[in-house]
Design a protein around this ligand. Structure first.
Ligand code: PEP
Ligand code: MN
Length: 327
């Protein structure tokens, strides 16, 4: 698969921002004016909202598409919204939405992704594909492939984190190694970090955005609301257009590489040392595994169970003692 860029902007990051949900025409317009002043590239707003439980705010539906059309006409911002079925695709196209996105709860279901892909056949529109809620890289790649096979070449991936039981620091754990592997397999695929759904709160949005830029991401998707505390969905993670502008101005987009010979030589030297240490670590780990194998075999011959609470306690106590000493 060879992808074409969704965003032509050379200078990173590409900025996608807007409310979690379109709530009222006034809220959509106010947010759009606030964000246009901060210089964003694409305006987002959920029209159909996939909620974990029924009874919550499930989006304003088609009515809100006319508000997004107004944003484009009056404020001059391109727009994007989430689609999850044929009707969503047709309605969004009818109202001239510029970019469509597939949400995490849709990427997880191949039937739904295929339905969206079939609805898109013959249409040339960029598509953003969020990672599935669970940490399954193949499922993410499968969704990308289904959309690609519908004839869409302008595809970008959106990393919004993965749902992990018991996770407290993040709403959705970033598990950076998955998007890094996605990028390794599809080097020409642009990647956007949706830090709002990773963080689930306001105070960690800036460091996670910076981390994404440090990892070479192409852009950010951020939820922005004029009065975040009053938002009808995802209130805890939304920020005002002003706070958003300040955050973006404080980010540093690092260069992806350089031709500076001194820098490259020093980097090479440090990397060489790391490679040598890695070799030694692998050898040590191999020797350790051989010993563990021998212990297992020895226990089996003597009919002793694998798990021995006294040894386990001894290991835990030793580890705790080491932590106490280093604290
Ligand atoms: C959203 O972007 O508002 C949304 C529903 O996100 P996700 O699909 O990542 O949960
Ligand atoms: Mn949201």
């Amino acid at each position: 698969m060879t992808f074409q860029p969704v965003f032509d902007k050379i200078e990173r990051p590409v900025l996608i921002a807007g409310p979690c949900s379109a709530e009222t025409e006034a809220q959509v317009m106010e947010t759009a004016h606030g964000l246009a002043a901060q210089g964003i590239d694409l305006y987002r707003a959920g029209i159909w909202k996939p909620r974990t439980k029924p009874g919550g705010f499930e989006g304003v539906g088609t009515e809100g598409l006319a508000w997004l059309r107004r944003v484009k006409q009056e404020v001059g911002l391109k727009t994007t919204t989430e689609v999850a079925n044929t009707q969503h695709v047709f309605e969004a196209l009818k109202y001239g939405i510029d970019v469509l996105w597939i949400g995490a709860r849709t990427t997880v279901n191949p039937f739904s992704v295929q339905e969206v892909a079939d609805a898109l056949a013959g249409v040339d529109i960029p598509i953003l594909i969020k990672n599935p809620v669970n940490a399954d890289l193949k499922l993410w790649m499968g969704a990308i492939e289904r959309i690609y096979k519908a004839g869409i070449k302008r595809i970008a991936a959106v990393h919004r984190g993965f749902s992990v039981h018991g996770e407290t620091k993040f709403r959705n754990a970033p598990l950076w190694q998955l998007p890094i592997e996605l990028k390794r397999q599809f080097p020409d695929l642009q990647i956007i970090c949706d830090h709002s759904h990773i963080c689930g709160r306001r105070d960690t949005l800036a460091p996670i955005a910076q981390q994404a830029l440090d990892l070479g991401y192409d852009g950010l998707m951020t939820e922005v609301h004029p009065r975040p505390d009053e938002a009808w969905s995802d209130a805890e993670q939304q920020i005002t257009p002003f706070t958003y502008g300040e955050m973006v101005r404080n980010l540093t987009a690092r260069k992806l590489t350089t031709t500076n010979a001194d820098f490259l030589k020093s980097l090479d030297y440090l990397r060489h040392q790391i490679d040598e240490l890695d070799d030694r670590l692998m050898q040590l780990l191999g020797s350790r595994m051989k010993l563990a194998d021998q212990i297992g075999e020895y226990k089996k011959q003597n009919n002793i169970s694998i798990y021995q609470p006294s040894r386990w306690n001894e290991i835990l106590e030793q580890a705790m003692e080491k932590v106490r000493r280093s604290a």
